[in-house]
Write a protein that binds this ligand. Structure first.
Ligand code: CNA
Length: 280
C-alpha cells in the first residue's frame, strides 16, 4: 500500500484515526503481540539490535554461533554459556516499562483479548496482566524441569544455580538429566497454549505489535491471522513482517515507550497510564 491506497476501516492511516476508532468503542477485542523490544528500556538487551543486542555481545562465551546459546542440542553438550547468560536475564532485577503498563491498562479497561509475548522476562505479569490473558509463546523463567524426564525442579534451587552459576541436574539420580528453565529453545516445541490460541488474532478488532523483529516462526505469522479490515498497529524502531502491507496498518516507527505514550495521549488515557506505571 502507499499513501494513496484507501483505508477500509480507519478514516486514515494515522495514529489520530486509530485513536478515534478506539474512543468510538470499536476496539473491544485487542490482541497484543510483543517481543524483546518492549523490555530494552527496562535494561534487558534484545537479541538482534546491532551493537546492543545479546547476539552482538556473546563473543565472550565462545559460541560456534550466537543462537547456539538457546539451542537445545548445543545445550546438551555445553550448558554453561546458557547459565552465564541466564544470570543476566533472570527475573527479579528489572522493573516493567510503561509499555508493559499500557498492556495492563488495556486489560483493566476490558479491552485485552490476549497478549502473545515472546519474552521470557515475566515483566507483563509483574505489570499486572493476569496469567489467563498471557500466552508466553517461548515459555518463561517461571518454571524449570529436567530436559530428559521432564521432572519439575524446585525454584529455590534454580535461583541458587543461576546466581552462583552452577549447572543444575535432575533430582532423580537415575536420570541425572540437565535441568533448564522452561524457556523454549531452538529445536523445542512451543507450548500447547500457543497452538491452541494461534488463530485468536482472527477475532481481534485491533492488533498491536510492539518490540519484535518478527523473525522467529511460528510467532512471526500471528499478525497474518488478523482479518483484513481489522486495524494493525506496529510500534517498533523498524518496520517488520508484513506490517504496513494492508490498508488499515498504522506504523509508529519509534521507541515503544514513546509510541504508547502518544497512543495513550490520543485516547485521553495518558494520566491514567502514567499513574498505573508509577504503581509498579
Ligand atoms: P529481536 O529479534 O531482538 O527484535 C527486537 C525488535 O525490537 C527489533 O526490531 C528492534 O528494532 C526493536 N526494538 C528494540 N528496542 C526497541 C525499543 N525500545 N522500542 C521499539 N523497538 C525496539 O527480539 P524478538 O522478541 O523479536 O525475537 C524473539 C526472541 C527474542 C524470543 O525468543 C525471545 O525469547 C527473545 N528475547 C527475549 C528477551 C526478554 O524476555 N526480554 C530478551 C532478549 C531476547
Amino acid at each position: 500500500v502507499d499513501a494513496n491506497t484507501p483505508t477500509q476501516t480507519l478514516k486514515a492511516r494515522s495514529l489520530e484515526a486509530l485513536a478515534e476508532y478506539i474512543k468510538d468503542g470499536r476496539a473491544q477485542q485487542i490482541v497484543v503481540m510483543t517481543g524483546a523490544g518492549i523490555s530494552t528500556s527496562a535494561g534487558i538487551p534484545d537479541f538482534r539490535s546491532p551493537k546492543t543486542g545479546l547476539y552482538a555481545n556473546l563473543a565472550r562465551l565462545n559460541l560456534p554461533h550466537a543462537e547456539a546459546v538457546f539451542d537445545i542440542s548445543y545445550f546438551r553438550e555445553n550448558p554453561e554459556p546458557f547459565y552465564t547468560l541466564a544470570q543476566e536475564l533472570y527475573p527479579g532485577k528489572f522493573r516493567p516499562t510503561i509499555t508493559h503498563s499500557f498492556i495492563n491498562l488495556l486489560y483493566k479497561k476490558g479491552l485485552l483479548l490476549k497478549l502473545f509475548t515472546q519474552n521470557i522476562d515475566c515483566l507483563e505479569r509483574e505489570a499486572g496482566v493476569p496469567d489467563d490473558k498471557i500466552i508466553e509463546a517461548h515459555g518463561s523463567f517461571a518454571k524449570q524441569s529436567c530436559i530428559d524426564c521432564k521432572k519439575p525442579y524446585p525454584e529455590e534451587r534454580m535461583r541458587d544455580a543461576i546466581s552462583k552459576k552452577w549447572v543444575p541436574r535432575c533430582l532423580d539420580l537415575s536420570c541425572n538429566g540437565l535441568v533448564k528453565p522452561e524457556i523454549v529453545f531452538f529445536g523445542e516445541q512451543l507450548p500447547e497454549a500457543f497452538f491452541e490460541n494461534r488463530t485468536l488474532p482472527a477475532q481481534a478488532d485491533l492488533a498491536i505489535v510492539m518490540g519484535s523483529s518478527l523473525s522467529v516462526h511460528p510467532f512471526a505469522s500471528l499478525p497474518q491471522f488478523c482479518e483484513e479490515g481489522a486495524p494493525r498497529l506496529l510500534i517498533n524502531r523498524e518496520q517488520v513482517g508484513d506490517l504496513g502491507s494492508r490498508p488499515d496498518d498504522v506504523l509508529l516507527l519509534e521507541d515503544c515507550d514513546s509510541g504508547v505514550r502518544k497512543l495513550a495521549e490520543a485516547c485521553g488515557w495518558l494520566e491514567e497510564l502514567e499513574a498505573l506505571w508509577a504503581e509498579t
